[in-house]
Design a protein around this ligand. Structure first.
Ligand code: ADE
Length: 231
């Protein structure tokens, strides 16, 4: 899979790329590239944004700058690019990122992610260059970079070989294997600590009972997570 991130802060991704599962994904042939619209903006002085028409606080990323950046990088009109690959605008009001969307994106061969800054994008960028608008939650970040890392993290860890253990992603929270429920609780040594005991069934060696116990805990968590907090 190839993920391109359009960002004014490409250096933020140097640290991200060095993380184990992202490096593993890269070693398997998956690519995470960045492109900075400021580097070839058609405007003088590295300008990429402007004040909003109609007034108001903040700055807005210009549509002509984004057009130029995408066109020079891909060699096609960005209006056509979104027919070749998913082009995602990150914005607080977009489609909420969940396991379903992650699986959808993880199956794509190529995705481009646009990070907003300041007040976000000129709406024509979203309307004409993007196939999707995605949000990682109903709160406002200072920019799309952290949201892009969240998206890349969750999509790249799904790629075979990204996680150390092949089963790690199969039976995890919200997976089909758990019927979409959160994962069951895990325990490790010591089996008793300050009087807090690990459930007997997990020490029993009865695989079928363990499987049933885990499924039941998962279901309970699924039912409880509808609006409740950790007790
Ligand atoms: N940009 C700023 N806030 C965001 C959010 N919550 N999700 C995606 N992109 C964003």
């Amino acid at each position: 899979m190839q993920i391109d991130v359009v960002t004014l802060f490409p250096e933020w991704f140097d640290w991200f790329r060095s993380q184990r599962h992202i490096a593993n994904a890269a070693a398997q042939g998956h690519e995470l590239r960045t492109l900075n619209p400021r580097e070839n903006t058609p405007l003088s002085g590295g300008q990429v944004d402007d004040t909003p028409f109609g007034g108001g606080a903040g700055m807005v990323l210009r549509v002509d700058v984004m057009d130029h950046a995408l066109r020079s990088f891909y060699g096609v009109d960005p209006v056509d690019l979104r027919r070749e690959r998913r082009v995602i605008a990150l914005t607080p009001g977009g489609r909420l990122l969940d396991e379903g969307l992650v699986n959808e994106l993880a199956a794509e061969p190529a995705v481009t992610i646009l990070c907003g800054r300041y007040e976000g994008f000129d709406e024509r960028i979203v309307q004409h260059f993007c196939s999707d608008a995605v949000s990682i939650g109903r709160y406002v970040l200072a920019g799309g970079e952290l949201a892009a890392m969240v998206l890349c993290d969750t999509v790249l860890r799904k790629q075979p070989g990204a996680l150390g253990h092949a089963d790690s992603a199969a039976e995890e929270s919200f997976s089909d294997a758990l019927g979409g429920d959160p994962e069951y609780p895990h325990y490790t040594r010591p089996s008793e600590y300050r009087g807090w005991k690990v459930p007997d069934v997990l020490l029993s060696g009865h695989h079928e009972e363990i499987r049933r116990w885990r499924r039941a805990r998962s279901r309970e968590r699924g039912a409880a997570s509808e609006g409740s907090s950790l007790s």
